[in-house]
Design a binder for this molecule. Structure first.
Ligand SMILES: Cc1cc2nc3c(=O)[nH]c(=O)nc-3n(C[C@H](O)[C@H](O)[C@H](O)COP(=O)(O)OP(=O)(O)OC[C@H]3O[C@@H](n4cnc5c(N)ncnc54)[C@H](O)[C@@H]3O)c2cc1C
Length: 378
């Protein structure tokens, strides 16, 4: 270990979606602040698929890391199938490694990245000392994107997925399956997420929303069962990916001032509690933050409005208290909306009309009970 000490203006801890997007945007400014991104892993070591809804201009901007793009998607349960199509939005799947590599190519002096792991933060008079396994950085401002703490017993989205080549060409290779609930529901809300990247290449994930992580074999069996049920034979399993997305985190938007240490990204509460989607909220937060820094304002914008977080908390409360309704909540929401409305809803950009449609479709008793519970615990 060396005691090399470097003075920087901004230290960004974690070079994931939030950290590297912020660094790339700072590097594009006229007078970038002296910034270091501290990240221990390479993009390939943490490669996974990031799915999101995007309009055409953004989808074009992200083409460097896009693995698949669909204008149609579906949700299925034992009774029905809802298919959405949209002219305005597409559902796209990114390679996180390609995205992060692209951000890295945008960095230029004085914005740099180091492959180190942060072990301690030591606030000093008007700066913070960021201690890594190799160096120390004295920074005026620290943005910390290390993953948030998981609340004990909180809901998590956890999954295991296979990239496979299929023996036969897939039917409907132009449609993304966001949720197919025709799988074992005995351990919590469970669905299959299936993205056809071509007519022979499929990503198929067994995904749970519950408080308990299952054994890897449990998800694998669910995938095998679903493939069998849909008459899809795997010629080759190319790779396996696993993930856990906390949906009830101890994210805090408290920021200490002078020196400023603030969480960004998922650590700041950017994961949508009802769906686990976070990519677009992080992009928006980081763009606003970069613009603020250029104007001399370093405080971090809230990634998701408090109104939306409250609605999501109520939704999750119903998921927990009425597991018997869980599948129908998602199906009712999908049925109530068309493709554009659904995309807006998932992006956290629903209009009042979209909200009214969703509220009208929900079982009123369960939601009212939950609302009362939230109000009495507030
Ligand atoms: C497997 C998975 C799949 C997901 N899929 C989607 C999706 O499809 N759509 C969507 O919208 N959201 C998705 N999410 C949620 C969210 O978009 C991602 O988690 C996103 O990467 C969050 O970005 P972030 O920058 O906040 O955190 P991260 O991207 O997790 O970045 C945090 C970084 O901190 C680094 N770090 C950790 N410890 C240290 C340390 N001691 N010192 C320095 N650095 C450290 C980590 O290596 C990591 O790179 C997914 C999450 C996971 C985990």
């Amino acid at each position: 270990m060396s005691n090399n000490s470097h003075e920087v203006d901004i230290a960004i801890i974690g070079g994931g979606n939030a950290g590297l997007t912020l660094a790339a945007q700072l590097a594009a400014q006229k007078c970038p602040p002296h910034t270091v991104v501290i990240e221990p892993q390479t993009p390939d070591q943490r490669d996974c698929s990031w799915g999101l809804w995007a309009q055409a201009p953004q989808a074009e901007q992200l083409s460097h890391s896009t693995k698949g793009r669909w204008r149609r998607w579906q949700l299925i349960d034992h009774h029905s199938r809802v298919t959405h199509s949209s002219d305005q939005y597409s559902y796209i799947s990114l390679s996180s490694a390609d995205y992060l590599r692209h951000c890295t190519t945008q960095l230029r002096q004085p914005v740099t990245q180091v492959q180190e792991s942060v072990s301690a933060l030591k606030p000093e008079q008007d700066r913070t000392r960021v201690v890594t396994d190799q160096n120390q950085y004295s920074a005026k401002t620290v943005y910390d994107s290390r993953p948030p703490k998981i609340v004990g017993n909180g809901l998590q989205q956890h999954f295991l997925g296979w990239h496979i080549y299929t023996q036969q060409p897939l039917e409907d290779a132009d449609i993304a399956t966001l949720m197919d609930f025709r799988v074992d529901q005995s351990r919590g809300l469970h669905f299959i997420y299936a993205l056809p990247f071509s007519d022979r290449h499929l990503l198929v994930e067994s995904t749970m929303i519950s408080a308990t992580i299952e054994s890897k074999d449990w998800y694998r069996q669910a995938i095998e069962g679903w493939l069998h049920q849909n008459n899809i034979q795997a010629a080759e399993i190319i790779s396996e990916e696993i993930g856990v997305i906390p949906m009830d985190t101890l994210a805090t938007d408290k920021q200490t001032r002078q020196p400023l240490i603030a969480p960004i990204g998922a650590a700041s509460g950017a994961v949508r509690r009802s769906s686990g989607y976070a990519f677009q909220h992080i992009q928006q937060q980081v763009s606003q933050l970069a613009a603020g820094i250029e104007q001399g304002n370093r405080s971090v914008p809230t990634p998701i409005s408090s109104r939306l977080t409250t609605m999501d908390k109520i939704f999750n409360g119903v998921l927990i208290s009425r597991p018997d309704l869980a599948v129908s909540l998602y199906m009712r929401m999908a049925k109530a909306l068309n493709g554009d409305q659904f995309s807006r809803f998932m992006l956290g950009k629903a209009t009042i009309g979209d909200w009214l449609r969703v509220i009208a479709a929900m079982p009123k008793g369960a939601f009212l009970n939950q609302l009362v519970k939230q109000l009495t615990h507030a």
